[in-house]
Design a protein around this ligand. Structure first.
Ligand code: ZN
Length: 172
């Protein structure tokens, strides 16, 4: 078990493009364990990407069942815990606006327009090829995490900083 420190904006590593994983190695297995541990330690966190813990490799984890928001999960596909290696959006449809947050941008949330549904192909933790279709909240989270692998934060996707970015309420 190894909870890693989450890099926060404007750390330059968050702006870099991550490399594809060629084969399953001990290093990738331990990266998946670290991501799982780090993500589990953050309450209500629904997704994490390897670059957020400083590893520039194309691995993300998404699990929308961890969200406390019933509203977010309504009309959303729910696949449970998805460990995605080299995820790729192969098809997308529609559009949906959602107020996003990110462990790497702790002080702000923002309205981002995403595809309503996506088909994603990836390799799972056994390095087997899988393709899933996701919509609603789960589709949004998948797009958000895949963006991290391309050095893109939700702040890069907002239309207007003035209208669509909000300071997070701080609890003392
Ligand atoms: Zn994020």
């Amino acid at each position: 078990m190894a909870i890693q420190t989450i890099l926060t904006y404007p750390d330059r590593r968050l702006k870099q493009i991550s490399l594809p994983v060629e084969t399953m190695t001990e290093q990738i297995r331990s990266l998946i364990t670290d991501l799982t541990d780090t993500f589990t330690a953050a309450p209500g966190c629904v997704g994490i990407a390897a670059p957020q813990i400083g590893v520039l490799q194309r691995v993300i984890i998404v699990d929308v069942t961890r969200s406390a928001s019933k509203k977010a999960k309504k009309d959303s596909s729910i696949h449970g815990n998805l460990i995605c290696i080299n995820p790729q959006i192969v098809e997308s449809q529609g559009s949906i606006m959602f107020r996003e947050g990110c462990l790497s941008v702790p002080d702000f949330t923002g309205n981002v327009v995403r595809s309503q549904s996506v088909t994603v192909s990836f390799r799972d933790e056994k390095f087997e090829e899988r393709t899933i279709s996701a919509d609603g909240f789960e589709a949004i989270v998948l797009q958000h995490e895949i963006d991290h692998l391309n050095g893109v934060l939700f702040l890069d996707n907002v239309r207007s900083f003035k209208r669509d970015v909000f300071r997070r309420v701080k609890y003392q």
